[in-house]
Design a protein around this ligand. Structure first.
Ligand SMILES: NC(=O)c1ccc[n+]([C@@H]2O[C@H](COP(=O)([O-])OP(=O)(O)OC[C@H]3O[C@@H](n4cnc5c(N)ncnc54)[C@H](O)[C@@H]3O)[C@@H](O)[C@H]2O)c1
Ligand SMILES: [Zn+2]
Length: 370
């Protein structure tokens, strides 16, 4: 078992990482039940695969579970489902002092967190993440959101959970492709500022993907420590440090946009290709040794993640991908703040990347791969 504390003054909380903890959820969650009951929000897939474990352990301790089961998928992060969820929580008489449990991936975590932040001007919530992406990224740090017509995650709040309970064994029922996509965010922490952890990924990352208990607990703990430190330092992304977590995401979002945010390219897969592109672009600018960009590409390729435009199923040319990036938030004329690297573990925010140059690079990179 590992314990990581997110240090945010009065909003501080613990992250517990423990294999099998869902089967001992009573030990961790009993104190949060009011009148012998906990409300658990989940999606249809997780309700089948993991909710019975949580319910059985809580029931054994005499705690009833009131489940709210939503449809699985990104479309659930919508006004419609937010409204329905709030009505259901109100019908269950949730009070401001209550804790609502979010059992699921980033979709459930983001939606429940946002609902909790506005229900009766704020009730508490607990994250029990069940995808690798949620365990190493979205359940920690308090970003909550739903999607708008104008784009993803545009309506939301900063609202920290009261506890994050991670059971890595929930990944046993997660489709391997989803685990692999989440693994891209694990690799990201190594690439940002932890070269030793990237080296660990190269030697041991495959064990995590194969379901080895020690490897996944280690990788989750190390990832969560990295995220907790960044969040404690820059909770609301004002100093720029939290923005480092977006490594690979500017390229990645453009790739996701080109593939229509569809099953062709999962978020983590877009991030994987995006990180490889960010490193190769850094090498092209002479910032990063070409051999290090090559190591990044090779590792992602070896574990079966997309690492260039073709493997990401992207058909668009450089100019079209830049047009997607321009839809993104922070843009000065002709330039975009971009996360680049001086090497593995040496990511930094560059303010003077020239978009035409990025477009030329993308076309060259595609041509070089074929
Ligand atoms: N708040 C943040 O800081 C943050 C960070 C990154 C991503 N996100 C958000 O997270 C979302 C993506 O999260 P995700 O990748 O976890 O997707 P998800 O929640 O849609 O889960 C992926 C799929 O796996 C299924 N699933 C989840 N756990 C399972 C399990 N243990 N066994 C079997 N099936 C399971 C789900 O039903 C779903 O079909 C996006 O909406 C993204 O915007 C938020
Ligand atoms: Zn991401």
């Amino acid at each position: 078992m590992a314990l990581v504390r997110v240090a945010l003054g009065a909003r501080s909380y613990d992250i517990i990482i423990e294999e099998g903890s869902l089967d001992r959820a009573d030990a961790h969650l009993a104190g949060y039940a009011r009148k012998g009951r906990l409300v658990v929000v989940t999606d249809a897939n997780v309700a089948k695969a993991q909710l019975p474990r949580l319910t059985a352990s809580l029931n054994r301790a005499g705690i009833a579970v009131a489940p709210i089961i939503l449809p699985a998928g990104e479309q659930t992060k919508s006004w419609r489902h937010l409204e329905q969820l709030l009505d259901q929580l109100l019908a269950l008489e949730i009070e401001r002092g209550d804790h609502v449990v979010a059992l699921g991936g980033g979709v459930i975590g983001d939606l429940v967190g946002f609902a909790a932040s506005i229900l009766k001007r704020g009730c508490h919530f607990i994250q029990v993440p069940t995808t690798l992406l949620a365990q190493v990224d979205s359940s920690v740090g308090g970003k909550t959101a739903i999607n708008a017509k104008a784009g993803k995650n545009l309506i939301g709040s900063f609202y920290q959970p009261g506890l994050v309970l991670i059971d890595p064994s929930t990944l046993d029922s997660l489709p391997p492709r989803e685990t692999r996509a989440g693994y891209a965010e694990v690799v990201k922490y190594g690439l940002i500022d932890d070269p030793d952890f990237f080296a660990w990924c190269e030697t041991d990352g495959q064990r995590l993907l194969d379901g080895d208990g020690d490897a996944r607990e280690y990788a989750i703990e190390r990832s969560v420590q990295a995220k907790a430190a960044i969040v404690a330092d820059d909770e609301r992304e004002t100093s720029g440090r939290r923005a480092l977590l977006n490594l690979g995401h500017t390229f990645g979002h453009a790739l996701e946009a080109d593939t229509g945010f569809s099953d062709l390219l999962l978020h983590g897969e877009g991030v994987a290709a995006g990180m490889a592109l960010a490193f190769r672009y850094s090498a092209r600018l002479g910032l990063c040794p070409a051999a290090e960009a090559e190591r990044v590409t090779e590792h992602l390729k070896k574990v079966g993640l997309p690492h260039d435009l073709a493997s990401a199923h992207v058909k668009a040319d450089g100019a079209a991908l830049i047009a997607h990036m321009l839809h993104d938030k922070k843009m000065a004329a002709g330039t975009l703040p971009f996360l680049l690297a001086r090497g593995i573990g040496r990511t930094f925010l560059s303010k003077d990347v020239v978009l035409d140059d990025v477009a030329a690079f993308l076309d060259e990179d595609r041509a070089a791969a074929t």
